[in-house]
Write a protein that binds this ligand. Structure first.
Ligand SMILES: NC(=O)c1ccc[n+]([C@@H]2O[C@H](COP(=O)([O-])OP(=O)(O)OC[C@H]3O[C@@H](n4cnc5c(N)ncnc54)[C@H](OP(=O)(O)O)[C@@H]3O)[C@@H](O)[C@H]2O)c1
Length: 242
């Protein structure tokens, strides 16, 4: 059996991933509540912007399953936010902290919880965090989002080294999902053009049907994380798997 700890299960890419991983037992970790079902083995609710609550709750989440050595355990960090979409000169400290807590601290705490809980687990262990092209290219109005995803990439780069030196036996990578037709794109299209000069380009993505369906991206994510040699690359891009 494969146990998949999945964030963002209630909508967008995370919800599509939950459908795609029907072959697995999903342990859902969301802010908005999700019902346990045939597909969702267990469901936990916690607000990722509350780092203290996350830290206290995480052991309970990872202790909720008892895999044996023939099982596999995966962690898929999917949840994320784009806000604040504002120029650097206009962003409050609170807005910065909220984004970094949801996009960087929360997935890192989950990675930490996964490593520690499954330290002595001899089965297959895999971690994927969903990143963004914004990590590699600056976008006006997205300073916090771009830098949060760049931070996630670096955390994974360090993790790769530590996995080897600490003999964690964990395979991990980041996944570039491209542009997806989800609520995040609605948020982007609702941005103020004065804060986000690229607004027109993103409206055109929708009009010209450039955005990929979440189901298509989730299928690519499934292909990536179940590759026989998963982890041989530090990052995977959706365009190579659709
Ligand atoms: N959409 C794109 O074009 C695109 C492009 C590049 C990268 N990505 C990345 O892909 C991932 C999935 O994005 P998406 O497009 O599926 O976005 P989405 O439709 O906006 O969904 C975001 C998910 O994150 C969760 N989330 C937000 N704030 C949270 C909080 N405080 N605590 C816990 N969960 C929270 C949401 O839960 P609630 O319903 O409770 O808010 C939701 O499940 C993100 O990491 C995003 O950065 C997306």
């Amino acid at each position: 059996m494969r146990y998949v700890f999945l964030t963002g299960t209630n909508r967008g890419l995370g919800q599509a991933a939950a459908e795609t991983f029907k072959d697995s037992k999903i342990i859902s970790i969301t802010r908005s509540s999700v019902e346990e079902s045939e597909n969702i083995h267990k469901a936990f609710s916690v607000d990722f912007s509350n780092a203290d609550a996350m830290e206290k709750f995480i052991p309970e989440i990872f202790n909720s399953v008892e895999p044996d050595e023939t099982d596999e355990v995966y962690l898929l960090n999917v949840a994320g936010i784009v806000d604040p979409v504002k120029s650097v000169s206009n962003i409050s400290a609170e807005e910065m902290m909220k984004n970094y807590t949801v996009n960087v601290v929360a997935p890192t705490l989950l990675i930490q919880g996964f490593i520690n809980r499954f330290k002595t687990f001899g089965g297959e262990k895999r971690i994927v965090t969903v990143t963004s092209g914004a990590a590699r290219g600056p976008v006006e109005g997205w300073s916090i989002y771009c830098s949060s995803k760049a931070a996630v990439n670096m955390i994974h780069s360090v993790l790769d080294k530590e996995n080897i030196s600490q003999k964690n036996n964990i395979k991990s990578a980041v996944f570039y999902p491209g542009v997806i037709d989800t609520g995040m794109q609605e948020t982007i299209r609702a941005s103020d053009i004065n804060e986000f000069p690229d607004l027109g380009r993103f409206k055109e993505y929708k009009e010209n049907k450039v955005l990929r369906r979440a189901e298509e991206v989730a299928a690519a994510l499934h292909t990536v994380v179940t590759l026989d040699d998963f982890g041989s690359e530090a990052s995977y891009d959706v365009k190579d798997y659709v």
